[in-house]
Write a new protein. Structure first.
Length: 191
């Protein structure tokens, strides 16, 4: 099950990082106009939708006359054309898709690193629990934990991070077990 999840995560990361050519340019002219029925007073079904056109025209040619009129000239007469263009909104857009691409790649890498770290912790947990179960001693008094003993001296001498993590984890598990026993069996709370 864990291997299947790892394969799935790596496949998603691979597909998302792979470079795909965009269909949009960094610079474009986008015109949004009202429906033809608002200008012609016709209620045909084909003329009731708003019109939108995106082209690669330069900024000085980003207007209704250049972008939209050639598209709708056969459907409008001259007076309707004069009324149609003032209702259109044409904008020249200049986007930075390379910056967007790099930000997305960085976010994907951060998520990938966190997933790898999570998998590392999942694989490390059975090793810690297997090693710790052999040396397991249940302590019911916290004062005994504070006194230096052979296990704490051994741990500080080696300075092994895994031992410290597993000991803290065991201490937390013992506290939780003690608290559960007090609450559910004795119906009292810890001080």
């Amino acid at each position: 099950m864990v291997k299947m999840k790892c394969i799935l995560v790596s496949l998603v990361v691979f597909l998302s990082v792979s470079v795909v050519q965009a269909q949009f340019d960094d610079k474009r002219c986008k015109c949004i106009c009202p429906s033809l029925s608002s200008v012609t007073n016709k209620t045909e079904k084909t003329h009731t939708e708003r019109l939108m056109q995106t082209t690669n025209d330069p900024p000085n040619k980003c207007n209704c006359e250049v972008v939209m009129l050639p598209r709708v000239a056969d459907k409008l007469n001259v007076s309707e054309m004069r009324e149609f263009c003032p209702r259109c909104e044409c904008k020249y857009e200049n986007r930075k898709t390379t910056i967007i691409r790099y930000v997305v790649i960085i976010v994907i890498w951060i998520i990938s690193i966190l997933v790898v770290y999570m998998l590392f912790l999942i694989l490390l947990d059975p090793l810690l629990n297997k090693r710790v179960k052999g040396n397991y001693q249940e302590h019911t008094n916290e004062e005994e934990d504070a006194q230096p003993g052979p296990m704490s001296h051994n741990m500080s001498a080696r300075g092994n991070v895994l031992n410290r993590v597993s000991n803290q984890q065991d201490k937390w598990k013992r506290q939780v077990k003690e608290q559960r026993r007090n609450i559910y069996d004795r119906h009292t709370m810890l001080n």
